[in-house]
Ligand binder design. Structure first.
Ligand code: PEP
Ligand code: MN
Length: 372
């Protein structure tokens, strides 16, 4: 059960203290307080955990200071969609809206290699009207002898160049809590020219200590990727785990599942789960066609599999696309063979636009059917 307090009843107030005192005295119930900081106001929510079936909504509703009471299912208390759900399905970050109703393309380098390549990428993004990118500085690799990213050494020039080309948000994977401070320091040193969305990679979806650290900070939103060998429910629980520490600005990323049944793609594409995640939770959903497909194979109709699969995710309502590009894929230190070429960026953006328009028309048609 969630209690939403009246706008003027914040944790410091007397009414709030009295309300908490009453709730704490209830048998078999634990409480947890969350504050949701919006642009206009801060909303305070009290989570009642435990034997809430014995409580009557009307009784709790009538307590002083209470605005609304929502009875939630056991699962995904914070990020889930529940009966009578009116909590938002979007958040703002660095001037951009990330929601279940928006779409952003994060095209960029799988791994930062040289300053020249970063600049060529950022410039191309600006020329194509894109304001987000992906830039890997910390790379977990399957083989321990492979290149693991330039780490903090590359952050200052990545951030400076992002500022120069008007990039507002960079998706960047971190694999250890110490990377958070390194990113903060580099942003500080460069005068905060851009924003960062922290990425938790598929190998760390259930790294609960990392989830806690990332969940406790409020500076950056988080892209949590689905674990490639666990159920959807387990991955959504990981997102909930993170959010339960305080940070609810979470995007959920689909990136394919590790199974030979997906051959010849690198992973079994799971974008059919885009609408499922949107139904179960309030998170915007990201798709990663590059790490799903893992090649530049082309279908007989002339389209790369990566284009086809991106369109499949977008036409199903995806809200974010994480996609590998590289100015010189042959020289890329990570995932060159799957990268799209700079000359393909314009085509990619246009192809996504077509798929998005089709999605919007499908939603309008469904709305008209429901209305008629
Ligand atoms: C990545 O996006 O660079 C990446 C390593 O993805 P994943 O964690 O999905 O493998
Ligand atoms: Mn990669």
């Amino acid at each position: 059960m969630i209690i939403i307090t009246k706008p003027d009843v914040s944790p410091g107030s007397e009414i709030f203290s009295e309300l908490m005192e009453y709730l704490r005295a209830l048998q078999g119930i634990r409480t947890r307080v969350h504050e949701e900081h919006g642009a206009q106001q801060t909303v305070t929510e009290i989570y009642l955990i435990g034997d809430t079936m014995s409580l009557e909504i009307e009784d709790i509703q009538s307590l002083p200071g209470v605005e609304r009471v929502v009875r939630v299912a056991e699962e995904y208390r914070i990020l889930g969609r529940h009966a009578d759900e009116r909590r938002p399905t979007h958040f703002q970050y660095n001037g951009l809206r990330f929601g279940q109703d928006t779409l952003h393309i994060f095209a960029g380098l799988c791994a930062v290699d040289t300053r020249e390549h970063v600049e060529a990428m950022m410039k191309a993004l600006q020329e194509n009207g894109l304001a987000c990118t992906r830039m890997g500085a910390y790379k977990p690799r399957t083989n321990p002898y492979s290149f693991q990213g330039h780490g903090k050494a590359c952050l200052p020039y990545v951030f400076e160049l992002a500022g120069k080309y008007g990039i507002r948000v960079i998706a960047m994977e971190i694999t250890h809590e110490s990377h958070l401070a390194e990113i903060q320091t580099a942003l500080e040193q460069t005068g905060r020219p851009t924003g960062v969305m922290l990425q938790i990679g598929t190998r760390n979806t259930q790294n609960f200590e990392l989830l806690k650290k990332v969940g406790r900070q409020h500076d950056f939103p988080v892209l949590l990727k689905r674990g490639f060998g666990i159920t959807l429910e387990e991955s959504l629980n990981a997102a909930e785990y993170l959010a339960s520490e305080g940070n609810r600005n979470v995007v959920f990323g689909l990136r394919g599942m590790k199974t030979n049944l997906g051959d010849p793609h690198r992973n079994f594409v799971d974008f059919s789960h885009v609408p499922v995640v949107k139904r179960l939770t309030r998170m915007p959903v990201c798709i990663d066609p590059s790490h799903s497909v893992g090649s530049r194979d082309r279908a007989p109709d002339g389209l790369l599999d990566t284009f086809h699969i991106t369109a499949q995710g977008v036409i199903a309502g995806a809200n974010m696309i994480l996609v590998d590009f590289h100015p010189h894929p042959a020289k890329a230190l990570v995932d060159g063979p799957q990268a799209l070429h700079m000359s393909e960026l314009r085509h990619f953006v246009e192809d996504v636009r077509i798929a998005r328009e089709a999605y919007e028309r499908r939603v309008a048609l469904a709305g008209a059917q429901a209305g008629g």
